[in-house]
Design a protein around this ligand. Structure first.
Ligand code: G4P
Length: 285
């Protein structure tokens, strides 16, 4: 299977992010806890140079908890502030607030030494599409008015959301429009993992092939998941297992043949919504 991406969009988005980032002290990068490597864009290292960096592993409710903990430790060992969250849970956002407070302490102390008091620290959310940026901003701001959806290049009168009065004085302001980065598609494994979690539009890929690859991964790394969820014992290669799945789910094409496309859709939908369990695709090596 071959994945492609669209550098035209990327260039535009990066340009607008470069403008915004000049106003920013902290860059908060959201990644998907199921694919902590593939959901990062290396471009961010260049963009966020010299800024305080926070990495939030989102959607932890859909990932394996012990793996997520290992990933947090891994990123901390790389000198990043890291935290696992579920952007839909308000309690998790308190933990984020605390971490922001810790991360900006140095900045505030520096400001104080220079006689600057109560200057708001400004933060920006960045991440690849579908990672949960809008959800996070909405939850954090407590407003439903934050724009949702992915609209690169939307011209914006910059809006700031005031977050909290931190312990060390001064507040934190969050830019209400996230920076959207496209994932790197040059590595085909990265493309595959992004497609499994639904971060590449299905119109751009052959879902049946995607499902066959997913079956191979599940059979190799999570034996038992398919039989447990669909109630049959997988036999033979991935094509045969997809056929078994079509039969088990009653997916029939005209003439009573097994409908592979429909079965592939069911499998991917179940996997993407963690109905097959909380599975981390990329583990700490
Ligand atoms: P984006 O701005 O980065 O593109 O992502 P967005 O917030 O639109 O989130 C993409 C999808 O991921 C949404 O689901 C959202 O609800 C879901 N999501 C975000 N954070 C979490 C999380 O921590 N856990 C879980 N389980 N889901 C999360 P959707 O189906 O597209 O929309 P909706 O049905 O929730 O409205």
């Amino acid at each position: 299977m071959h994945f492609q991406w669209f550098p035209g969009h990327m260039t535009k988005a990066i340009r607008s992010m470069k403008e915004d980032i000049r106003l920013i002290d902290i860059v908060i990068e959201l990644i998907d806890a199921r694919i902590p490597i593939s959901s990062r864009n290396p471009e961010i290292d260049t963009l966020a140079q010299g800024k305080t960096r926070i990495l939030l592993l989102n959607k932890t409710d859909m990932a394996d908890k012990s793996q997520t903990d290992k990933w947090v430790e891994y990123f901390e060992s790389k000198d990043l502030y890291a935290l696992s969250i579920n952007a839909k849970k308000k309690q998790d956002l308190n933990r984020v607030n605390k971490l922001i407070d810790e991360a900006v302490r140095v900045k505030r102390e520096k400001d104080l030494k220079r006689g600057i008091k109560n200057r708001p620290v400004r933060a920006m959310i960045v991440g690849i599409p579908n990672v949960g940026k809008s959800t996070f901003i909405n939850s954090f701001s407590g407003r439903a008015s934050t724009k949702t959806g992915n609209k690169p290049g939307v011209t914006k009168g910059k809006q700031w959301i005031r977050l909290s009065a931190g312990k060390n004085g001064g507040s934190v302001e969050l830019l209400d429009t996230p920076g959207i980065l496209w994932p790197k598609f040059e590595d085909q494994i990265v493309g595959l993992h992004l497609a499994w979690i639904g971060s590449i539009k299905d119109e751009l890929i052959v879902t049946t092939d995607l499902a066959l690859d997913l079956i191979e991964f599940l059979e190799a790394e999570h034996k038992g998941v398919i039989s447990e969820h669909y109630g049959f014992e997988p036999e033979g290669d991935s094509v045969h297992i997809l056929e078994q799945l079509a039969t088990a789910r009653g997916c029939k094409a005209k003439g009573g043949e097994p409908d592979f496309d429909k079965a592939a859709f069911f499998l991917l939908d179940d996997f993407r919504n963690a109905r097959l369990g909380s599975i981390t695709i990329e583990c700490v090596s």
